[in-house]
Ligand binder design. Structure first.
Ligand code: PMP
Length: 406
């Protein structure tokens, strides 16, 4: 010991990697923090209604998974691909929804968000182009941007993405892939028509496009008949990665999602998942598999629909009085979201400030735009409040819009 103290090193961390520099933290998450204040009626988060969670069923499923003769299996490290009985249950369900699937086609992921991360890790080189709907799911944009992709918007209307504009963009941009949420889209609630799905699948085959079809909301339909997934349509079958999740139909806290990928890609996706987390939680997978084997997911979803449909109606019925005259909005057949546009000159983020003063919240639409944001847009979720609360929330929104005019 010389008595000299070690030189004081600055506490500044190394600079963040270049791929992170242009990726903003999700403003939606930041807004969600504000909206969790007690008393706020929030149309902001895409949250399933917690009173509909099947806590007793999940408690029994976890108890079974932890029973003495099973815990050596359910608390142990496991394979990256996922719990065999869960993969089989997911494959069977996809088959019943019109997408014939073998258990081996399924990779269980830690939420479908991880599926997006894995796809980006496996397929995206810095500088690649990814086509996305305009607007698009924010955390998918983050994933692709973090992998160095340029996200190029495809124009959309009320029937989803425009197939002619898409074909022109494929020719011009030679994209690595198209990312789409064709059913009850986040953030707009729109659904791609069957005719356009067919056109998309054919364009994909003709022009060599790969498709990532993200479908967390498709089973939450309140009106009309189910439409086949893009992945099942001629031309798209062998060039689509399909993803979904238990988050919206069971509980998001389980973090159980999956992807269904053509065989040629599966190995690389498994390697990417090994590097990410070795495997999804074994105990959570075992409980999910047990729940699916012993409870009736169709009946559970029917219960969700019966509650969400009148909430959707309450929001749509109340919007004409709540938003300033000249506003427009979507009328989704399912899912969780309505997308609105205020009249020209309005800024939804400014309205949000007034709205928070009045204890009501929503998400401004600008972060969902991959390039040029439309600041007059906003997203409203209708799932996590009763009709009475929705009516109160809309009345507060009407007052906030009035405050904004003064
Ligand atoms: N894709 C879309 C379109 C979503 O809206 C969400 C959740 N908001 C996800 C993926 C991720 O969901 P999870 O990770 O819970 O499966």
């Amino acid at each position: 010991m010389t008595g000299e103290s070690a030189p004081q090193l600055g506490a500044a961390p190394p600079p963040a990697a270049a791929r992170l520099r242009d990726v903003a933290s999700s403003p939606v998450r930041e807004i969600l923090a504000l909206t969790q204040r007690p008393g706020v009626i929030s149309f902001a988060g895409g949250l399933p209604a917690p009173e509909l969670f099947d806590a007793p069923g999940l408690r029994a499923a976890f108890a079974h998974a932890l029973a003495d003769d099973r815990f050596g299996h359910t608390l142990q490290y496991s394979t990256t691909e996922g719990d065999p009985s869960l993969r089989a249950a997911i494959a069977a369900r996809l088959g019943r929804r019109g997408l014939p699937t073998a258990a081996d086609d399924v990779l269980v992921t830690s939420g479908s968000q991880q599926a997006l991360t894995l796809i980006a890790a496996v397929l995206i080189e810095p500088g690649d182009t990814v086509l996305v709907e305009e607007p698009s799911y924010l955390a998918a944009l983050q994933c692709f941007q973090m992998a160095g992709a340029r996200c190029v918007p495809v124009p959309c209307d009320d029937d989803g993405l425009d197939p002619d504009a898409l074909a022109a963009l494929i020719r011009r941009e030679s994209p690595k892939l198209l990312y789409t949420v064709p059913t009850f889209h986040n953030p707009t609630g729109r659904t791609l028509t069957l005719e356009r799905r067919r056109a998309l699948a054919q364009a994909a085959a003709r022009l060599g496009l790969w498709i990532v079809e993200d479908d967390p909301y498709g089973e939450l339909r309140y009106r009309g008949e189910p439409i086949p997934p893009v992945a099942a349509l001629p031309g798209a079958e062998d060039r689509t990665i399909a993803l979904s999740t238990l988050s919206k139909v069971l509980v998001p806290g389980l973090r159980i999602g999956w992807l269904r990928a053509p065989q040629a890609l599966r190995r690389a996706l498994v390697v990417a998942k090994q590097a990410a987390d070795l495997h999804t939680s074994t105990i959570d997978q075992a409980a999910a598999a047990r729940w699916l084997a012993t409870c009736d997911l169709d009946a559970h979803i029917a219960g969700l629909r019966a509650v969400y449909a009148p909430r959707r109606d309450a929001l749509l019925d109340g919007l004409p009085d709540a938003l300033p005259e000249g506003s427009r909005w979507t009328r989704p057949d399912g899912g969780m979201f309505v997308w609105a546009r205020l009249p020209d000159g309005w800024d939804a983020e400014e309205l949000l400030k007034r709205a928070l003063d009045r204890e009501v919240a929503f998400v401004p639409g600008w972060p969902f735009f991959p390039s040029v944001p439309d600041r007059a847009t906003l997203r409203l979720s209708f799932t996590s409040h009763t009709e009475a609360e929705i009516a109160t929330g809309l009345d507060r929104l009407r007052q906030a819009a009035f405050d904004s005019r003064r």
